[in-house]
Design a protein around this ligand. Structure first.
Ligand SMILES: Nc1ncnc2c1ncn2[C@@H]1O[C@H](COP(=O)(O)OP(=O)(O)OP(=O)(O)O)[C@@H](O)[C@H]1O
Ligand SMILES: [Mg+2]
Length: 379
């Protein structure tokens, strides 16, 4: 419901003029602004002009039937529909609800009964609306958190690299050259200093790697494709898993830096999973611009896993990788499908709209009231 409208609006559609007038009067007297339509066609014209919260429609009408109207409303408008009929044998309650109606009533019924049922439909509608608003607010907070996290990572990466690692490097150079041109140094002391230099060298490399993983500078300097290529090479060298990366059609796109960093993080987490869990020989990464989406496909030839079982267990085990990937993708308005076959490997396909504005959407409807992670489990 439009939050600026204070009272829900109702559209009564019936070719029996007297009946719809009587119903409309009852609803208006009960405080619901009510409009009338004598046919399905007229109802669609009303709906094009302004939104209605609930459409109450008869089934049998000349032209567009109530069932066709119900389907059209469910496909194109955001109204609940209550279906009414005088011919109970034609459709069952289950049929009508399956098509998308919120309720089904057989004539004759009393206006009071209609009012009670309408109140119930509107009550559920308001609850879903509140839930959608709360979900949107939550998404907005998640988005800000992810942005803040990226800023923080960038800052820490710069500090580590530009301050700590640089200072340690200068220290190492001094220590490496400490005994240059100095004869008569105790070999034991020379050895000790040399092994301290080795430890220092390891620490500097570890620091650089931490800084690089926090925010690869190449991503800001040379862009997403080069960053993925470089990251893939480093990953292959470190893990022994071959990485085959290619991309198509990405030159023509200019993605926002938010989308770029998110795609990069998705690849980082997926490769981390390959290294930790897959025992794979090879991983293929494809990044393709396929209007209207950027499609990221990552496939490994490892041991695979039972997605639904592991996802259910992962939540209890506080494993956050796949869950946070799903969160990132849905914040960008994209979809993520994970398919894995034990002993054959795992394939992840992520689609993100180009102009991915991090806009939140209404996810909850009467027929879909669960958290939107279902599409993750495409099997
Ligand atoms: N490529 C893969 N091959 C085999 N199993 C995988 C793969 N990716 C994920 N899994 C399975 O899915 C589970 C959940 O993955 P997820 O990334 O959510 O958690 P994690 O990697 O175990 O921990 P975290 O990411 O929080 O450090 C893993 O524990 C693993 O069993
Ligand atoms: Mg993981």
């Amino acid at each position: 419901m439009d939050p600026l409208r204070t009272k829900e609006t109702i559209l009564v559609v019936d070719d029996e003029r007297l009946f719809r007038r009587m119903l409309c009067q009852k609803l208006s007297r009960s405080g619901y602004p009510c409009s009338e339509a004598g046919s399905g066609e007229e109802a669609l014209k009303h709906l094009d002009q302004k939104p209605y919260d609930v459409v109450i429609t008869d089934i049998r009408m000349q032209g567009i039937s109530g069932i066709e109207l119900l389907r059209a409303v469910k496909n194109e408008y955001d109204s609940d529909v209550i279906v009414i009929t005088g011919y109970s044998e034609e459709y069952s309650y289950e049929n009508i609800i399956e098509i998308g109606a919120s309720d089904f009533m057989i004539k004759p019924f009393s206006p009071d009964e209609m009012l009670l049922r309408l109140n119930r439909v509107l009550h559920i509608r308001r609850l879903l609306e509140e839930r959608n608003l709360a979900y949107s607010a939550l998404q907005a907070v998640s988005q800000e958190l992810i942005k803040a996290q990226e800023h923080e990572r960038l800052r820490i990466a710069r500090d580590l690299h530009d301050r700590v690692a640089q200072d340690l490097s200068a220290l190492k150079i001094s220590m490496d050259t400490l005994f240059d041109d100095r004869a008569g140094i105790d070999p034991a002391l020379r050895h000790k200093v040399s092994s301290l230099c080795g430890v220092l060298g390891h620490s500097i490399n570890a620091l650089r790697e931490i800084a690089y993983n926090l925010r690869p500078p190449i991503l800001d300097q040379l862009g997403l494709r080069s960053a993925i290529f470089q990251y893939g090479q480093d990953f292959a060298a470190k893990s022994g898993v071959e990485v085959d990366f290619s991309s198509a059609g990405m030159d023509e796109l200019s993605l926002s830096s938010d989308v770029e960093i998110n795609l990069f993080r998705l690849i980082q987490e997926t490769l981390a999973n390959v290294q930790k869990h897959a025992h794979a020989k090879e991983v293929k990464i494809r990044l393709v611009a396929s209007f209207p989406n950027v499609v990221l496909r990552i496939e490994d030839d490892g041991v695979g896993f039972n997605v639904s079982e592991r996802m259910a267990a992962a939540l209890c085990e506080k494993r956050m990788g796949l869950k946070s990937m799903q969160e990132r993708v849905s914040l960008m308005g994209g979809t993520m499908a994970l398919k894995s076959v034990p002993q054959k490997g795992t394939r992840l396909v992520i689609k993100i709209p180009y102009d991915a504005l991090p806009e939140t959407r209404s996810v909850f409807t009467l027929s879909n009231t669960c958290f939107p992670s279902k599409d993750l489990l495409t099997r």
